[in-house]
Design a protein around this ligand. Structure first.
Ligand code: SF4
Ligand code: SF4
Ligand code: SF4
Ligand code: FES
Length: 352
């Protein structure tokens, strides 16, 4: 069957029926800048940064929310397109407090990148003087709506990606703002502090409290790893500076979490630097613990198991494995109990 085609920048280009111009462009290696677009969620066409020129259309169209049609002629880099995108960036810069020098997102901000790439050298429009107080009453997330560009990505992430439905748009027109129910702090809302909204915010309106002041984006290296907390095995990036983790983000297209993390995976990494962390086995003697080697500790456990089996039989022992361990470890645990110890008394903590 002949695949449908349209013209992009004068070249015949294939597309899947139903595809938006942006998706077709990306599939064909053509870059169109975006701000509000969030992969896998419904398009809103809110930021007007992805504007393209379509032959016969009266105005420029948002590539993220315009479906491709057979024979359409699209231009992604015309002078008219550049001028419009540049003006939209200028308007966004004027709509809030964009003092990059002291913004935590500097170096990792799409608005800053766009201002640079469109050669904006000065602020052409008068700056909005409506500033909001910063909210940081919770341990994880700082909300600064003076830097919010109302792209709606956080709302889409919360409602469509992690489906917690903690935030939405509130108020009208110029006063429109991202709010929790009742416009209170996150702590008084349905928020579960998964941090997905922070992950997708393209500017410095939502930032991580624990990461504040610890590293600029260009000072860290990203190391891919598997979350240590549970058997799901979420893929994450550790942002590391001088050998220390400064923050954790999700691997965007990595199975199985596909860009999501929960509160533990995203924010619960500082235990590894805790002074109280156990680093060796401990053996209790005369009511006190003393440090021991793994060989000594394992020998002691094996000896005690043998004593119990000799006295009361193998069914006097039961094992409960951790449901957060990997499948292979759970398999080994039941094998140890059934084949080595000789009992079927084996379970795991997910049933408690
Ligand atoms: S949000 Fe971006 S553009 Fe605004 S101050 Fe921060 S770094 Fe600069
Ligand atoms: S932290 Fe998670 S639950 Fe809370 S507002 Fe953000 S996305 Fe929604
Ligand atoms: S808080 Fe961030 S993600 Fe949410 S609307 Fe504002 S700029 Fe967009
Ligand atoms: S990315 Fe298309 S309108 Fe924002």
């Amino acid at each position: 069957m002949k695949k449908a085609s349209f013209s992009m920048n004068g070249k015949e280009t294939r597309y899947e029926p139903g595809q938006m111009v942006l998706d077709a462009a990306q599939a064909n290696g053509i870059h169109i800048p975006t701000l509000c677009h969030l992969k896998g969620t419904s398009p809103t066409g809110a930021c007007r940064i992805c504007l393209v020129e379509i032959a016969g259309a009266r105005s420029l169209m948002a590539a993220c929310s315009t479906p491709v049609t057979e024979g359409m002629e699209v231009s992604t880099e015309s002078e008219r397109v550049h001028k419009a995108r540049k003006m939209n960036v200028e308007l966004l810069l004027a709509s809030g407090k964009h003092d990059c020098l002291i913004c935590e997102a500097s170096g990792d901000c799409r608005l800053q990148d766009l201002a640079y790439s469109y050669g904006i050298k000065e602020l052409r429009f008068p700056q909005d003087d409506k500033f909001y107080p910063t909210e940081d009453e919770n341990p994880f997330i700082i909300r600064d709506f003076s830097r919010c560009i109302r792209c709606g990505r956080c709302i889409h992430a919360c409602n469509e990606v992690v489906v917690n439905r903690a935030i939405s748009y509130g108020y009208r027109g110029k006063n429109s703002k991202v709010v929790t129910g009742g416009d209170g702090p996150y702590t008084d809302s349905e928020c579960v502090f998964c941090g997905q909204c922070v992950e997708v915010c393209p500017v410095g309106a939502l930032t991580e409290k624990k990461a504040k002041g610890r590293a600029r984006a260009w000072e860290t290296k990203k190391i891919r790893t598997t979350c240590p907390y549970c058997g799901v095995g979420c893929q994450q990036w550790l942002h590391v500076k001088d050998g220390k983790i400064t923050k954790v983000t999700a691997v965007e297209d990595g199975e199985p979490n596909m860009g999501r993390l929960c509160v533990k995976g995203r924010f619960g990494y500082d235990f590894i630097y805790s002074e109280d962390r156990l680093k060796t086995p401990l053996i209790r003697e005369n009511g006190d613990f003393r440090e021991a080697s793994w060989d000594e500790a394992l020998d002691l456990v094996a000896e005690k198991f043998k004593e119990i089996i000799a006295k009361d039989g193998p069914d006097a022992i039961a094992g409960v494995s951790c449901a957060r361990s990997i499948n292979e470890d759970s398999y080994q645990m039941q094998k140890l109990f059934r084949a080595v110890i000789g009992t079927n008394n084996i379970d795991h903590c997910a049933r408690t």
